[in-house]
Design a protein around this ligand. Structure first.
Ligand code: NAP
Ligand code: ZN
Ligand code: ZN
Length: 347
């Protein structure tokens, strides 16, 4: 077993605390990663606090993981010690079903082993995430990270990056499209950067007046303070696509009204509370409301390579492990620019 230091949630109400973790010895197809950085995704907070349903405590969150490979099993071909590697939101899947064969492992029909608050394929061994010094994963779920990139700023690409890249690609967003991004947090700021990199015009919808100048620096062409309904009026029927990254319950109707006929709004923000949708906001103009979940291994590597080529990285605030709880509170308040990343040297 490999001893790792970590931070864990021990109940929905208590702050995260230092935790000692035993990682498995590498199997033939495993790599051992010494973690350098791990981003704090709002999904970590939803899970640590049991907001999405029961969480198995103790739970070590974290699925935006980058580090250095320090050991490999004897069947490993893609990595050798000294290589950089990344791990995202899942660490295994059946590998045999139709979604797995199509490299959409996040939709595996048998069992997705999420990086934390989940189990290995055996259905019993708990998985523990990246707020930790080490992780052991199958090489098939690890991503290649180019040397020389700003590693801490790469970490959040493993969730915030792929979650926004995937729907923008699926709906073929590019030059000539007007895209709306709802919520300027971890996912939102990557949606702005990526939509702009694909050539789209971007409007940010935010509840935070203080984020306007940042939104523009990130590349947004327009900024709408979403707390004022009258600000939506000039945008009615103008957008080709919307990506909604908001982490709490809110009304979709004013956004749907901004879409052109037949255009699509994709939900990636996963509020624990349901929202009502007024049927007429979809009926009028035949609008589409859909969702998207992270991305598969093939698309995640494609996203990383795209970001490395274009030098697209996350805007982050690097913190020591002792500040994780403070970072949670600040994230909930929307006070984050635009991702907290934990420095694994500080456990
Ligand atoms: P985040 O950094 O906290 O950003 C969320 C943003 O939503 C906030 O910065 C804020 O932006 C806005 N917001 C928060 N509360 C709001 C409210 N009550 N009303 C309106 N706007 C509000 O979170 P994140 O890490 O980007 O994650 C966002 C959501 O996506 C979470 O629910 C997370 O679990 C989910 N997620 C989903 C996937 C997937 O695969 N679908 C992957 C990762 C995360 P403004 O200040 O600009 O208003
Ligand atoms: Zn995430
Ligand atoms: Zn499968």
């Amino acid at each position: 077993m490999i001893s790792a230091k970590a931070y864990a949630a021990v109940s929905a109400k208590k702050p995260l605390q230092p935790f000692q973790l035993q990682r498995r010895d590498p199997r033939p197809d495993d790599i051992v990663i010494e973690i350098a950085y791990c981003g704090i995704c709002h999904s970590d907070i939803h899970t640590a606090r049991g907001e999405w349903g029961p969480t198995a405590y103790p739970c070590v969150p974290g699925h935006e993981i980058v580090g250095t490979v320090v050991a490999t099993g004897k069947k490993v071909r893609r990595f050798k010690p000294g290589d950089l590697a990344g791990v995202g939101c899942f660490v295994d899947s059946c590998g045999k079903c139709q979604p797995c064969k199509a490299s959409e492992e996040q939709f595996c029909q048998k069992h997705v082993s999420y990086t934390y608050n989940s189990t290995e394929l055996d259905g019993t061994t708990p998985t523990q995430g990246g707020y930790s010094t080490h992780i052991v994963v199958k090489e098939k779920v690890a991503f290649r990270i180019k040397k020389g990139v700003p590693l801490a700023r790469v970490a959040p690409l493993l969730c915030a990056g792929i979650t926004t890249y995937s729907p923008l690609k699926r709906y073929k967003i590019g030059k000539g499209h007007s895209v709306g991004v709802v919520g300027l947090g971890g996912l939102g700021h990557m949606a702005v950067k990526l939509a702009r990199a694909f050539g789209a015009r971007v409007t940010v919808f935010s509840t935070s007046p203080g984020k306007e100048s940042d939104a523009r620096k990130l590349g947004a062409n327009a900024f709408v303070l979403s707390t004022h309904p009258e600000h939506f009026e000039p945008l009615v029927g103008t957008l080709d696509f919307l990506i909604d990254t908001v982490s709490a319950r809110h009304d979709f109707s004013p956004y749907l009204n901004c879409l052109k006929n037949d255009a699509t709004m994709v939900l990636v923000g996963a509020s624990p509370d349901p929202s009502e949708v007024l049927a007429s906001s979809l009926i009028m103009g035949r609008k589409r409301l859909t969702g998207s979940l992270i991305g598969g291994t093939k698309e995640t590597q494609e996203m990383l390579d795209f970001c490395f080529r274009k030098k697209i990285y996350c805007d982050i605030e690097l913190i020591p492990a002792a500040k994780i709880n403070e970072a949670y509170e600040r994230t909930i308040k929307g006070d984050v620019k635009y991702r907290f990343v934990i420095d694994a040297k500080t456990y």
